[in-house]
Design a protein around this ligand. Sequence first.
Ligand SMILES: [Zn+2]
Length: 142
Amino acid sequence: MKPSLYNRKVILSPYLVFRTPELKGQYLSGKFHPGLYLKMNAAGFWHFENTGAQAVITSLWRQDGIHSCFRAADFRTRHIDPFLSEHWETWLNVTFKYYGKGGCQTALLHDVGLGNHLHLQVGPREPIPPIPDSYVVGKKED
Ligand SMILES: [Zn+2]
């Protein structure tokens, strides 16, 4: 994983689980955009409220596209009704504006060869959200 601009202390969310231990390590590295952490947590909370289960993160950093910029995460959707997946996507898009190119959006249900999943992203102009140190993403302590 290449270096990132963001280097924050991260606390695990009770609403998220990871497909692999490597993904959990990536999440805990604090290298992702703080706005993405906020949205991953919101997505996990919505999933738990609506399915009774934690959301599964299936991909974080990888070498292609926006995933290589520490600004995207993928979530499992194959275990839930497609109708509910669409609600999840819609809720994320009406709740979170995408700060970037017109026509792009925060959440996208799609299949890129590995099965249908929910892609979550923050744009290049996403502001750094103000989050209390005691919450999910805080300033790194030295
Ligand atoms: Zn993706």
